[in-house]
Design a binder for this molecule. Structure first.
Ligand SMILES: Nc1ncnc2c1ncn2[C@@H]1O[C@H](COP(=O)(O)OP(=O)(O)O)[C@@H](O)[C@H]1O
Ligand SMILES: [Mg+2]
Length: 404
């Protein structure tokens, strides 16, 4: 295969010479002229091969490679930091690498470019064969984590790639924390129940008042455990459904009146009242009625429990632009210090754990609220002024008539 007629070669040479003459005449450098020679020869060969009707043969090695593609723009288009290293010198660094490591890295010694002991050790050994990636902590920000992998290219250069593992790591950390927190939350009441059971078993003739007191404590602790388990189940169900949009038209007003009914006892307890105000007109949204009930009962229960005794809780529905409804749940409690606000929707996060427990809280209420709002393509906003009160706003897309 790969047979070329003298005629073909001559034609190729002629095209190449013409290309050289043309580029030199146009004032191009010798390098460009040589490139033109190659390009000309390649195209001539290609044209004549096609013209002679010779079939392409798959196993035939290409005679002349395609013109080289410039590497820099391609590397720049990759989001991961990439360095092309020859011997120990950085010969090319993409835009992401320059952004993370600094502009100075071009042409620098690679150990200065990535100032990290583990990276320096790996990169110092020019001859080292490819190995699995290593983890680097603290480059481009103290909390950032990277995986560095090194691939050897056919010409001996090395391609160093940093993959951002910060988010994956944060997700793993959250999962571990969550399991630790959930176990801890359940273990505490369980220990109390077991302790009192032991006492009762050890002393079967305990006076009835003491017995009843112990039984009451055990009942309360068991109830708390059931509440935690119920909230955890809710949370995992809502998470499992997070990609299925609710499509049923739900009127928020009856949902809110129902929340009012469910919380009747808490309202009495706190000598409060729930005022529902509708400033929006139509209050239909595409929703999941049970989840919306859960969302607003969590918020209103918080407003009642952490609000000031004897003061009302206001639930106000307003329009927020043409497509969204905003529901504010407003209390007149002590408020929340600003440093806690960003963390309130984390699972088991409480400002005052003792107080939360004493009012039957699990620390999961706002996490559930956030997930339900998210599933409804909505969002949450919490504002609070200490000494004045807290307003939690839930933004939800309106019902537009068509099933989305
Ligand atoms: N309206 C509010 N006023 C003051 N603090 C609040 C309010 N709502 C929530 N919080 C604080 O946020 C924490 C988390 O709320 P939540 O997730 O509902 O858990 P829980 O009520 O079970 O403790 C509460 O423990 C409380 O400290
Ligand atoms: Mg709560």
């Amino acid at each position: 295969m790969g047979r070329y007629q003298p005629k073909t070669v001559l034609l190729g040479l002629a095209v190449a010479m013409a290309a050289i003459l043309l580029t030199v005449a146009l004032g191009a450098s010798l390098l460009l002229s040589v490139l033109a020679l190659f390009a000309g020869a390649a195209s001539a060969l290609f044209i004549t091969r096609r013209a002679s009707g010779e079939a392409e043969v798959a196993d035939e090695a290409p005679i002349i490679a395609a013109p080289p593609i410039e590497a820099a723009p391609i590397l720049d288009a990759v989001e991961d930091p990439l360095l092309l290293v020859r011997e120990r010198r950085v010969v090319l660094a993409n835009a992401a690498a320059r952004a993370v490591l600094g502009e100075h890295i071009a042409d620098a010694d690679v150990r200065l470019a990535i100032r990290h002991p583990a990276a320096a050790e790996r990169l110092a050994n020019v001859a080292e064969a490819e190995a699995s990636g290593i983890e680097l902590l603290g480059i481009g920000g103290s909390e950032r984590r990277w995986e560095m992998s090194v691939a050897r290219l056919p010409d001996g250069a090395r391609l160093v790639r940093l993959t951002d593992r910060s988010r994956v790591h944060a997700a793993e950390q959250m999962r571990t924390d969550f399991i630790a927190n959930a176990s801890h939350e359940l273990r505490t009441p369980l220990a109390t129940v077991l302790g009192f059971l032991e006492t009762l078993l050890d002393d079967p003739d305990a006076p009835p008042e003491a017995r009843n007191r112990f039984l009451k404590i055990m009942f309360d602790e068991a109830t708390r455990m059931r509440q935690i388990v119920n909230d955890l189940i809710s949370l995992s169900r809502i998470e499992a459904e997070r990609y299925t949009l609710p499509t049923e038209p739900v009127d928020l007003l009856p949902v809110l009146s129902e929340v009012d009914n469910t919380l009747e006892n808490v309202v009495k307890d706190r000598k409060s009242e729930i005022r529902i105000e509708n400033l929006a007109g139509e209050t239909l949204i595409p929703g999941d009625p049970a989840q919306l009930h859960q969302l607003f009962s969590n918020l209103v229960a918080n407003a009642l429990k952490y609000g000031r005794e004897g003061r009302p809780v206001t639930v106000r529905i307003e329009n927020s632009g043409p497509e969204m409804l905003k529901v504010d749940v407003i209390d007149e409690g002590e408020g929340i210090a600003p440093e806690h606000l960003p963390r309130l929707t984390e699972r088991f996060y409480r400002v005052d754990a003792g107080r939360s427990r004493s009012v039957g809280g699990t620390g999961l209420g706002l996490a559930i609220v956030k997930h339900i709002a998210g599933r409804h393509l909505g969002r949450l906003d919490i504002r609070s002024t200490q000494g004045i009160g807290t307003t939690v706003s839930v933004y939800l897309p309106r019902w537009t008539g068509a099933l989305s």
